[in-house]
Design a binder for this molecule. Structure first.
Ligand code: IMP
Ligand code: MG
Length: 185
């Protein structure tokens, strides 16, 4: 185990079961739609989850990416969402967008993005998150698909970072608190 990880919260095997279950739910829910199914990866944290999930979806699926941030350096949301890479496709009215997120914390990012993409004219916008920390909500938000609910701990790995580190770990782990105290928080 990585020396900065306090304990593993979700193992590789558990993640594999989660992605299998969610892919089956997506197949079931979108199979009768005429519209194009587009998975929208929220960079960078959702890259690993999206990569695993898309391989297990059997419906024809397209992918796109957006880059947004609501976090500064550290473990608290700044409260404002910045779009660094926008979704630029001319046919949004023909698309069922499914936003793929790594984790929902305050709910600020996803509640903003859903409205933003609906206003841009998407036929339908839904959300899928690997992890959910409902106890941390600042705005009400319920995802359409959820891997698992987790307690109020700062987690890293499987795409999730602390200050851009630890994204490549194959599991989700709890960061040792002394790591962020030593980085000046
Ligand atoms: P929200 O807008 O507060 O819901 O923030 C969601 C974003 O915050 C996620 O996409 C992550 O990038 C980041 N985030 C929230 N909690 C964690 C965590 O425990 N570890 C790593 N990133 C987190
Ligand atoms: Mg993120």
């Amino acid at each position: 185990m990585n020396e900065f990880v306090d304990r593993i919260l979700i193992s590789e095997e558990e993640i594999d079961k989660i992605t299998t279950r969610i892919a089956a739910e997506i197949d079931r829910d979108y199979k009768n739609s005429e519209k194009r199914l587009v998975l929208v990866c929220i960079l960078k944290g959702s890259i690993v989850f999206m990569g695993d999930l898309m391989k297990k979806i059997t419906l024809p699926v397209e992918i796109d990416c957006m880059k947004v941030s609501s976090y500064g350096r550290g473990t608290e949301s700044s409260g404002t969402v910045h779009i660094h890479l926008d979704l630029l496709r001319p046919d949004l009215e023909d698309c069922n967008l499914l936003i793929i997120e790594d984790i929902i914390d305050s709910g600020i990012t996803l509640s903003y993005l859903v409205k933003y993409l609906e206003n841009k004219g998407a036929h339908n916008v839904k959300t899928c998150t690997l992890l959910d920390k409902p106890s941390r909500r600042k705005v009400e938000f319920v995802p359409d698909y959820c891997g698992t609910v987790i307690p109020d701990e700062f987690v890293i790995g499987y795409g999730l970072d602390y200050d851009e580190r630890f994204r490549a770990l194959p599991y989700v782990g709890i960061l040792k608190p002394e790591v962020y105290s030593s980085l000046g928080e």
